[in-house]
Design a protein around this ligand. Structure first.
Ligand SMILES: NC(=O)c1ccc[n+]([C@@H]2O[C@H](COP(=O)([O-])OP(=O)(O)OC[C@H]3O[C@@H](n4cnc5c(N)ncnc54)[C@H](O)[C@@H]3O)[C@@H](O)[C@H]2O)c1
Length: 355
């Protein structure tokens, strides 16, 4: 089945007059790779030439589901064929975090623009190295912080930065996932802070326009498998910014009522608040009260549009129509901050950061 393109993109194409396609290769079609594959299939200006994936049956099914059966499936050993193909302009990296640095730098050195799922690498130094290579090669490296592209959170960032609510005093984010704590791939994601808090640390910094100079954190492992990995499944990160603004990021691996994602920015002249998205908009009223449909189940549903928007940004960056909107310092700083928060949580300390 071929997914229909999103209308707004048809409009964008008509308005911009850009009809050329960019040729891409997708690396990894697991949980997030299959979501990006859907955006790619919908995008009128993307020609996907290769899917690099070892699990051939999963790759075939994923391509079949979006009507891209003609795309070549290449296994990990065949990567050089993809990287040496001059027609490939960009690579979308959706492989496990531990592989990012290698895949990203190989792709950049082969002359490809890179879209990389967060985090760009397993730690802040490695991520900075990736950007160094990108600068040497004069190629864009996009860290996929999809919340920046969200139709609700994106405007909150802009309106906070434009001064609509005056001096920002406090930011509160809620990030409660619906993942099963016994999910076998959990240990490949790099821990609760790097995997979850990273998004919202970036969101808080983007709203305030500063990086925190003091951080702390705390957490607990309710699930035995997570405790064994010395990780947390419920945690908080506290940030203090040079302007005096504070932020609290609350994260949970498992939430039984749905994918709970909220953002509140409180300023001296008001508040901007982004609430949850439900399966539909029907609100039922009766004598026992008022009820709403469930929250959306997880990230593929909640951020469908955000993922599409960030892929569209990548295409426009390759085509020279937009400048990268997430910089080296933003992508690396977010990792440095979550590393400090995790250390603070594990050592019960408060950590100062310098920039
Ligand atoms: N932005 C988001 O909302 C979001 C959501 C989930 C995951 N992620 C990030 O995406 C990345 C992948 O996570 P996931 O949960 O999709 O993992 P996953 O394990 O579900 O999928 C990874 C896929 O990559 C393949 N793979 C492994 N090594 C490879 C290589 N060298 N070349 C090509 N393919 C390779 C695996 O076979 C697998 O199919 C992680 O960095 C994670 O932090 C981001």
């Amino acid at each position: 089945m071929k997914l229909k393109p999103i209308i707004s993109d048809e409009m964008a194409t008509v308005n911009s007059g850009v009809s050329e396609k960019v040729t891409l290769a997708l690396f990894g079609v697991g949980r997030i790779g299959s979501v990006h594959l859907k955006s790619i299939a919908r995008h009128l200006r993307i020609h996907l030439k290769y899917l690099v994936e070892e699990a051939v049956d999963i790759a075939k099914k994923a391509l079949n589901d979006v009507g891209l059966e003609h795309v070549s499936i290449v296994n990990f050993k065949g990567v050089s064929q993809v990287l040496e193909d001059k027609s490939v302009q960009g690579v979308v990296v959706c492989t496990p975090t531990s592989t990012h640095q290698k895949v990203v730098t190989q792709a950049l050195r082969a002359g490809k623009a890179v879209f990389c799922e967060k985090p760009v690498a397993h730690n802040s130094e490695a991520a900075d190295e990736c950007y160094k290579v990108a600068e040497e090669c004069k190629l864009p490296l996009l860290c996929a912080f999809h919340k920046r592209f969200d139709p609700t959170f994106g405007p909150i960032i802009k309106r906070s930065r434009d001064g609509e609510i005056g001096q920002i005093r406090y930011i509160k984010t809620t990030l409660r996932d619906t993942m099963d704590p016994s999910f076998p791939g959990l240990s490949t994601l790099g821990g609760c802070f790097l995997d979850l808090a990273l998004h919202d640390v970036d969101l808080a910094c983007a709203c305030i326009g500063e990086f925190p100079t003091t951080v702390s954190g705390d957490g607990h492992a309710f699930a035995k498998d997570i405790e064994k990995n010395k990780d947390f499944d419920q945690a908080i990160a506290n940030l203090k910014f040079p302007s005096g603004a504070l932020a609290t990021i609350e994260m949970s691996r498992f939430c039984n009522y749905g994918y709970d994602q909220r953002l509140e920015v409180f300023g001296i002249e008001g508040m901007l608040s982004g609430s949850n998205v439900h399966d539909n908009h029907v609100v039922a009223f009766n004598s026992s009260g008022t009820s709403q449909p469930k929250l959306q189940a997880s990230f593929p549903e909640r951020y469908l549009e955000s993922y599409y928007n960030e892929m569209d940004h990548f295409v426009k960056v390759i085509q020279g129509k937009e400048k990268l909107c997430i910089s080296r310092i933003d992508a690396v700083a977010a990792i440095k901050i979550v590393e400090a928060c995790e250390k603070a949580a594990k050592t019960k300390t408060i950590i100062d950061l310098t920039w």
